[in-house]
Design a protein around this ligand. Structure first.
Ligand code: COA
Ligand code: ADP
Length: 563
């Protein structure tokens, strides 16, 4: 069963200026011997000081979030040329962060790789894509041991910023012109990430409607039951000038840091031990707050699973004289674990939610956990480690689609393809890498790219609702397993690792259609016999595809006009 992800993308020219002295054109950079630098790129290096750490000597996540938000905002403003605000920050996974950025007293440091005060956190932010008034900024955080020169990746984050150009109307950002293969890839999949953000609420709703979520932990797992009420935290903060950005709005990073603080207190109240933050689920900044506002932060443990708990935090803003008119400005969900001496997660007490909202949040936390795990499993694994078939269900289809497009765009971006064979203008290329062999078949047809896309994907409705894209188009497939597909002893189903079509409009009449495939072991022989010229199956199949497109293009053209 092929799982499909598809998209349309456009690259448009725009005049961008590079940061001082660095060429914004890779070709020019090569000529002058200088390093190419993305014109929106912002680099920030921070020396870790004792004031940046928590009581255990670890770099505080709140501090890291403030740095991330500042670097990302500067990058967004570099592109927009006007003030920008944080609209959201996607999920951040902290697997490699916390313990690596431990600040140890000197007498404990011998023989350890842990980082101590005086080491450096490097943050690199650049705009991946501008949409209308919003843009996606990609942020990479690494950490550097100054004594050895060693660097580690800490985490990757994606934030959306909205340009606040004119007070009266919505700003229209200039499009971004990606230059390098990596930039083009990020540009393409930024659209898929935007789709995931938009789909999240709907996915959660569907999951709660369509599935029975287990509300009781297995008996005997843990005898301690803690009423959720015992973990409740309420805290107020006064927004002062140092908490605000250059427009007088509270820094997104500052709000995130305050939220992390109350969430940590709620988590500690459940387990009476130091909790470790594992994941932050998307922060959504619903509305601004300013200097002089009071922010009321409320947190509670929504659910505790065997080894992890979800803490929810909500933030309301009000002015001194108008406490009754509180504005809900932010909500976020954070997952904590509690580690023992060996660094293993301990079994957590069972949480007893309050009736009403508490019980609803308890069930929603379970649904969010499933979405988080699906998403993490499908997206965060290295591409080569993802198993061939991924179980499909309604709630993970959007992540599978993202993953398909990401895998295909990675394959398309490779530069070491070599022409293996050519028959009657049907060209076959191959790519040998580690233990993988991929191939690509290409032909140029007298057809409109939109007709080809519609015929090959049969997603004719998509154009109507998906107005962010222009050409080229991508149709990406990957195997999924569906429980409704019982195994049949007479039929062996081949699996697809990564495959799909890319369709480029070359002139007004000609379109280039390329089929990519990362060969799975099951049909490797089939591929190699074609590459070696012992069979011409691919040519025959592609010619049949050409006839199919030519035969149906007029019908689809009529259909498209009627859309
Ligand atoms: N995640 C990503 N993008 C989002 C988003 C979210 N949760 N919510 C809105 N957006 C995007 C929209 O897709 C739209 O993008 P586009 O113009 O490129 O198509 C853009 O934001 C504007 O959306 P719109 O519906 O016109 O505006 P809005 O009323 O939803 O306002 C904000 C969006 C972000 C401007 C508004 O919610 C806000 O002011 N939030 C507070 C920002 C803040 O104070 N941040 C912290 C301090 S810097
Ligand atoms: P929801 O109730 O749908 O989860 P909210 O934005 O109202 O969304 O709240 C987000 C989270 O903030 C909740 O899941 C809960 O964990 C926490 N929260 C909300 N209200 C309170 C409160 N009065 N006291 C403590 N925590 C709260």
């Amino acid at each position: 069963m092929g799982m499909l992800g598809s998209q349309k993308m456009d690259y448009q020219d725009s005049a961008l200026s590079a940061p001082s002295g660095a060429p914004a054109d890779p070709a020019l950079a090569m000529e002058t011997g200088q390093r190419y630098r993305n014109p929106t790129e912002v680099q920030m290096s921070q020396l870790v000081l004792p004031s940046h750490t928590n009581h255990r000597g670890e770099l505080s996540i709140g501090q890291l979030l403030k740095w991330i938000d500042t670097a990302a905002c500067l990058s967004a403003e570099r592109h927009a040329g006007c003030p920008c605000v944080t609209a959201s920050v996607d999920d951040i996974y902290f697997e490699h962060t916390i313990r690596q950025i431990q600040i140890m007293p000197p007498w404990q440091q011998h023989g350890k790789n842990d980082v101590c005060v005086g080491q450096v956190v490097n943050i690199k932010a650049k705009v991946n894509r501008a949409f209308n008034s919003s843009m996606e900024v990609g942020i990479q955080v690494s950490h550097e041991d100054l004594s050895t020169g060693k660097q580690w990746n800490v985490c990757k984050a994606y934030a959306t910023f909205v340009a606040q150009g004119k007070a009266t109307s919505k700003m229209k950002l200039k499009p971004l012109a990606p230059q390098t293969e990596e930039e083009k890839m990020e540009y393409g999949i930024a659209a898929e990430r935007r789709r995931m953000r938009v789909a999240h609420t709907e996915t959660l709703k569907n999951l709660l409607t369509n599935s029975t979520i287990q509300t009781e932990r297995e008996n005997g797992e843990c005898s301690t039951v803690v009423p959720a009420e015992k973990t409740r935290v309420e805290s107020v903060e006064l927004v002062l000038p140092p908490h605000a950005n250059h427009q007088g709005n509270t820094f997104g990073g500052q709000i995130m840091a305050w939220m992390e603080n109350v969430a940590t207190i709620a988590a500690s109240r459940l387990c009476h031990a130091h909790p470790t933050l594992k994941t932050i689920e998307m922060f959504h900044f619903r509305g601004p707050s300013q200097v002089g506002d009071r922010l009321l932060l409320k947190a509670i443990v929504n659910n505790a699973f065997k080894n992890s708990m979800e803490v929810g935090v909500c933030v309301e803003a009000y002015q001194q004289e108008m406490e009754v008119n509180r504005r809900h400005i932010n909500s976020a969900f954070m997952t904590f674990v509690v580690l023992d001496q060996e660094g293993q997660p301990i079994t957590l007490p069972v949480v007893k939610p309050e009736a009403g909202d508490g019980e609803r949040r308890y069930r929603e936390a379970s649904a969010r956990k499933k979405i988080r795990l699906d998403r993490k499993y499908i997206i965060s694994c290295e591409q080569t480690k993802v198993p061939l078939s991924v179980p499909w269900d309604q709630s993970n289809k959007v992540y599978l689609s993202y993953n398909n497009v990401f895998a295909l765009k990675t394959l398309v971006a490779k530069t070491n393809w070599v022409l293996a064979t050519e028959t009657d203008k049907v060209r076959m290329y191959m790519l040998e890498e580690d233990k993988y062999l991929s191939f690509r078949i290409e032909m140029t047809l007298c057809i409109d790219a939109l007709q080809a896309f519609s015929l090959l994907s049969d997603l004719r409705q998509r154009h109507e609702w998906d107005h962010y894209y222009a050409d080229p188009y991508v149709i990406a497939f990957r195997s999924v397993t569906l429980p409704t597909c019982p195994p049949n002893p007479d039929y062996t189903r081949g699996e697809t690792m990564c495959s799909g079509f890319c369709i480029w409009q070359e002139t007004t009449e000609l379109t280039k259609v390329s089929y990519y495939n990362q060969a799975a072991p099951g049909y490797l022989t089939y591929v190699t016999t074609n590459i070696a010229g012992l069979s011409s199956d691919f040519y025959v199949t592609f010619k049949a595809c050409e006839r199919f497109l030519q035969k149906n293009k007029e019908d689809i053209a009529v259909g498209l006009q009627n859309l």
